[in-house]
Design a protein around this ligand. Structure first.
Ligand SMILES: [Zn+2]
Length: 506
């Protein structure tokens, strides 16, 4: 079996002034792309079960809509690669599901449809996605198999991609029809309310394994959808695939209804506060670190990473000015400030204007009389400086990034645990931060990924939709498609491999 691998992975807010371009992406091709997948390392069962054709994969930190020409160039390269590869039996589409492209409403659907046209109707397309992705009718129709993560924060990304690859090979090997069903659910919520750390998402996602164990069902996926784009496709969805068409439809509708029934039960994963209240609570808290999520500008969802409301608010606090309380802000992107800090050198004092250059919403650039504490070159944030003013340390980077791991804080010379309060541009806390927190709040700041969704002014999503409307009706439409998988010639059938059922046993 010959299976191509390709995809583009980004989450784009359409409410940010930022445009994501080729400079923001890491692009992998050929052997370098194959090395991305732990389950394709030499000797791994899946590695040997097919001839893998790694074409192109582009991945970026969440941002804004992708520049149209950059998307078009990668799409062209993928299609040319498919053409040059000759006939393929399958394609593993490694996607996010919430990419926006300038002038295009359904980027992943556009890409999948083009791939489908390039490989013809007989190849099997399997999409591995983020649960914050959307499933448009176009994407659903173009792919034979679709699945997504089952944890948020996402700790099962490789498991998910491996499952998508395994499903693909099993379906090809079985040579029997496979059915899929899509149910859109009129709910669109921020990830901070649908984390699998809390109910009702924990139980919903936990139920998928049990569903899959039923005869005739292969895979079940719950997509929460992406709330920070104003596109008609943005909504929650469930997708079920399997060999028993009737069971697949019944299970998809039941799962969609279960998600809908929980629609009013989703709540923030941590206490949510106005910025002012978050500052007060953080500075009054006992032993740290106490985390404040500057959630409206979370670059992990598409925020610019340079709004300054939180910086200004902590700077005003007397306990911070007097250094009675220590506060770390990580991070803001501002290459000009980093350049000036490096010019002055470690230990020097200066007046800086920090942040507010990409997203200039009030208060805009903040004036900071500060000492340059550290300068460094970091892979993710590029040239970086740490500035100190009173009890406040601010990490300033030259590239958009997110301080999400303990290692990043250590590299910047500000390890977690050395400040009473840590302010992060994030929503729910990523695992390393969650593990050391002694308390946390989500500050409902404004920005490109505002948690207060109705404040953003969506105009193009389907309505009614919770929480934009008080309520929305129970989902009742099931979209179904069937793939007639060609019986694989015996010569092309894989030998049974450990951990993977042989032909006909899936
Ligand atoms: Zn996600």
């Amino acid at each position: 079996m010959r299976v191509a691998i390709c995809g583009i992975h980004i989450e784009s807010s359409t409410f940010t002034p930022y445009r994501s371009s080729a400079d923001d992406f890491a692009v992998r091709r050929g052997a370098d792309l194959r090395d991305r997948y732990p389950f394709l390392t030499a000797g791994a069962p899946l590695a040997e079960a097919a001839e893998w054709l790694p074409l192109l994969h582009a991945r970026a930190l969440p941002g804004g809509p992708v520049v149209a020409g950059d998307y078009a160039a990668w799409k062209r390269e993928i299609l040319d690669g498919l053409l040059a590869s000759g006939p393929v039996d399958g394609v593993l589409l490694d996607l996010h599901g919430a990419m926006s492209v300038e002038g295009l409403d359904d980027a992943e659907g556009d890409l999948a449809r083009a791939v489908r046209e390039a490989v013809g109707p007989d190849a099997v397309l399997s999409a591995a996605m983020d649960l914050h992705g959307n499933v448009s009718e176009q994407l659903f129709d173009a792919c034979d198999l679709l699945t997504c993560y089952r944890t948020a924060p996402h700790v099962d990304v490789w498991e998910t991609r491996e499952r998508a690859a395994r499903n693909l090979l099993e379906v090809l090997a079985a040579g029997r029809p496979v059915h899929r069903a899509l149910v859109h659910v009129p709910v669109l919520l921020p990830g901070e309310k649908t984390s699998t750390r809390t109910e009702p998402a924990a139980s919903l996602y936990a139920s998928l394994a049990e569903l899959e164990a039923r005869a005739g069902l292969r895979d079940a996926a719950i997509y929460m959808g992406f709330p920070w784009a104003d596109e008609p496709r943005c909504a929650a969805a469930v997708v079920v695939t399997g060999e028993d068409g009737a069971e697949v439809s019944t299970a998809a509708l039941a799962l969609g209804e279960r998600l809908w029934a929980a629609r009013h039960d989703f709540a923030f994963v941590a206490p949510a506060r106005s910025l002012e209240d978050a500052v007060g609570e953080a500075l009054d808290a006992g032993e740290g670190p106490f985390f404040v999520s500057d959630s409206g500008d979370n670059p992990g969802a598409g925020g610019t990473g340079d709004t300054t409301a939180a910086l200004a608010a902590f700077l005003r606090a007397p306990a911070v000015r007097s250094a009675e309380r220590s506060v770390l802000i990580a991070s803001l992107v501002d290459p000009a400030t980093v350049a000036r800090a490096r010019e002055l050198g470690v230990g020097a004092h200066g007046t800086f204007r920090v942040g507010g250059r990409i997203d200039a919403r009030p208060p805009g650039p903040v004036e900071l009389d500060a000492e340059v504490r550290h300068v460094l070159d970091d892979g993710e944030g590029g040239a970086t400086a740490v500035l100190r003013s009173g009890g406040l340390d601010v990490v300033v980077t030259s590239r958009r990034t997110q301080y999400a791991s303990a290692a990043m804080f250590e590299r910047a010379g500000v390890p977690l645990g050395t400040h009473d309060v840590v302010v992060v541009k994030m929503g729910y806390l990523e695992p390393d931060l969650y593990a050391v927190q002694r308390g946390s709040v989500i500050a409902l700041t404004t920005g490109g990924v505002d948690q207060d969704l109705p404040r953003l002014g969506h105009r193009r999503i389907r309505r009614p939709m919770v929480p934009f409307d008080d309520d929305a009706p129970r989902p009742c439409a099931v979209r179904t498609r069937t793939t007639r998988v060609a019986e694989a010639p015996a010569a092309r059938r894989p030998e049974p491999v450990p951990g993977m059922p042989g032909p006909g046993t899936a």
